[in-house]
Design a protein around this ligand. Sequence first.
Ligand code: ADP
Length: 505
Amino acid sequence: MAANPPLKVLFLSAEVVPFAKTGGLADVAGSLPKAIRALGHDVRVCMPRYGRIDRAKFGLTEVVPAFDVPMDHHTEPASIWQGTIGRDVPVYLVDNAPYFDRDGIYMYPDDAERFIFWCRAALEMLRRPELDWQPDIIHCNDWHTAIIPNWMRTIYKDDPFFARAATVYTIHNLAYQGIFGHRVLEVAGLDEYGFLYHPEMADMAEVVDLMARGIYFADVVSTVSERYAQEILTPEYGERMDPLLRDRRDHLFGILNGIDHEIMDPAGDQYLAARFDAQRLEARAANKAALQREAGLPEAPTTPLVGVISRLTDQKGFDLISQIIDPLMSHVDMQFVLLGTGDQRYHDLFSAVAQRYPQRAAVFLTFNAPLAQRIYGGSDMFLMPSRFEPCGLGQMIAMRYGSVPVVRATGGLADTVVDYDPRSGRGNGFVFEAYDAMALFATLVRAAETYKHEAVWRQLMLRGMAEDFSWARSAGKYVDLYYRALAAKIPREARPLDEYGIGDA
Ligand code: ADP
């Protein structure tokens, strides 16, 4: 059988571990390209060089000196700095001080312009003589990159440099769509191509929804678990985008995220008080004791300790937790350690919980990667009662670290956690279905009861630790997706642009 040829893939992500991270997207972008590279493909990553990314610390070198990037009716300069992830995956960091030399990553009034600039610079850098590298696949992730598939079918359509390139658009979270006013089309040089209008999504005519453009124009679309790929076709999970997603369902695929087994490794984790693996599970108790000390909680080896590491947003089920936290802390022998940042009301709520139950609850309202590892490695259970969850990495990392997940059956949580059944002894965690506070409470009580049976609990831990959540499982599926995108490109080229009212404006 003739092997498929190696591919050249440009992988664009607004955040990439270890350079910048706010959530799971950064973990994926910092690990999936390594796994695809290991399969023999030439993957290169591109992201903005935010001000916080220290050139000296990461050993960045300038590979393309300043060049002009077309914007609106003017040009903006960009230079390209190169770093590496893993042993040999190049990362191109787009530098432009006014756009990116700021304290944070997102939440600026000119975000649309900043990320459109980065995308345009990413495409234009490829043809600079210093790189001169023509990708077969342009892999775009989330709304920040969604303009690229749109460009490939409009302003770059007849550009011979990109003639062969197919686009893949991956949705990491449909809740963040990048919705802006119409001026964004001017910034992107697309004003003459009009609006994207769908008869079942009337409100879309009022705005520019970048993610909708990615979904509409990409040669193939993917999302980060099989379950979520099904869920987003429904009004309940579709975030108003389900009619468009249903139209594209033949080109929509779900591929479960992986975790980086090299970094997420309890046997080699430098942040743990004691390293351990399945053969040395007893060593894990020292991590629980150390975490209890760090959290200022009593060192109680037989009290189950529940960990939460999360962005503090409604998506993650904090309204459910807030409804049951008082009865849980008052009536169930359980400790609770939370690490997270996000909505102020949850900061206030959980600070108050820690004050009410100083012997039971501890709250860290910061972003702290080493502490996260200590919670994964020291907690007995890991709680993720999400309203929706495209994939979720926390439950996978927790399982690898022997913390048993307690989750709601949605998205990637449903694809990775199997409810413990005491009759058959099967399962690797605790799962509830309805988005309901009582269902969560009952499941936590069930987990706490099971915890009392040491041998059963040990089996649950070992089963989670034995799961293979490495990218080895999913990287090959992305390569298949890339070939599929190349095959899909041809008929889509023939598809009329006015199908959705494009150009009517
Ligand atoms: P999402 O991408 O929706 O935020 P995921 O579960 O996919 O959720 O990924 C979250 C990632 O961010 C995990 O690696 C988790 O450990 C990490 N994380 C979340 N909040 C914090 C925090 N406050 N400190 C350190 N790491 C965090």
